[in-house]
Write a protein that binds this ligand. Sequence first.
Ligand code: NDP
Length: 455
Amino acid sequence: MDFDFFVIGGGSGGVRAARIAATHGARVGIAEDRFWGGTCVNIGCVPKKFLVMAAEYGATAHDARGFGWDVNTGTHDWPALLRAKDTEIARLNGIYTGLLDKAGATIFNARARFIDAHTLDVGGQRITAHKILVATGGHPTGLDIPGAEHAIISDDAFFLPHMPKRVAIIGGGYIAVEFAGIFAGLGAETHLVYRQPLPLRGFDEDLRSGLAEALTANGVHLHPHQEPAEITLHGEARRLTLKSGSVLETDLIFFATGRAANTGDLNLAAADVKTGTQGEILVDEGFATSTPHIYAVGDVTDRLNLTPVATAQGHALADTLFGGNPRGVSLDSVPTAVFSIPPLATVGLTEAEAAAQGPVKIFISRFTPMRHTLTGRARKTLMKLVVDAATDRVLGAHMLGEDAPEIMQGLGIALTAGATKTDFDRTIGIHPTAAEEFVTMRTQTRVAGLRAAGE
Ligand code: NDP
């Protein structure tokens, strides 16, 4: 065999697995034909966060007036922002390949495909390996409606030649609400079209309604209970006809309607690797596919499609196979954040999920962040704890408001360690912060889940 371990895909999961396996002494090859660092570094988390930061600066400059600064925001230079973003991402691409090189992995700037269960075609070269990891990630999927070719997906949003004046985003998930903040913050008339009553299905209801209010306060036009029917061109403009019959005229239509696994080009059948109904690779708890020496991690398995999950899985797999340290990755209590404006973050169970299991005490705090007592901006922070009434364990923590992702990372440790509400209460706060509210919530807002207890 040419390699002990061959990794297909140079994204978060693949690079981590390849690097750690090589550090453990395995002979490792890794193939990537597009972006070193994958979706997150190139057309996902990293550039998205730069765009969110850019979008926040306008309002922040305006806020500074409340603190005595005489600031004029002027205009925004979109091409300058994209140039700065591209420079930083090129640097990150180099870091990724540098790390692999330093660890001793062999890098192939090529596409890989299975020939059989131990043999790959890597850019025309036949390569054999004892073990193979598929870490090819996913891609955004649009909707199959007439005129869909006139809409963009998130991959395109990072390379728009200029900022549109009017945007309609379809979907109410992570990507939709994040880009609603970006476009509205950079001055576009922004419409969010989604089929649920509130954005972010699956998140805690209080957070969802708080986010809808915050989006409206930021000037985003919300269109709940709506589904698109057709897109037509009218000169430079695009018309989005909804199933309800309403029509939105806009300059850009953006599908943020989910992602699908990148398995179409791999010739998985040649290696007898089984996929699910959406093309995702089916794996067991040890990341093994239906062919036991072939593994898969990250978005290609479509479980919890988050970069840190893919990275943790890639690391655990490399430790298991080559480091003499077999271990899995728990997907319980994975903290997550949505970089909307303001952001929201969450760890553990929502009120509805917890209440379905039994009685829970709910603590909610809603307040104007200190900064905005002087800026006058209508912005509320919302914090919420879901506590098991029987054991006092904190089952869920949720926050909408500035710094929510930074705060939730620490609370993620507390919940992973099994902290109780009493542990939260005996922790001394840091004053004056928003975060201290999580350790000073004493008044119970309500009890939920009594019906589940009765049943
Ligand atoms: P999501 O799954 O989060 O959201 C998809 C949205 O599209 C939902 O609102 C869904 O509605 C809607 N939708 C799906 N199909 C249709 C349809 N046929 N008609 C109308 N609406 C439809 O996907 P995203 O594309 O936003 O993001 C993909 C994944 O990437 C996320 O789930 C997340 O795992 C990851 N991600 C993480 C980020 C982070 O950590 N900050 C940032 C961006 C992405 P409904 O709810 O009704 O199904």
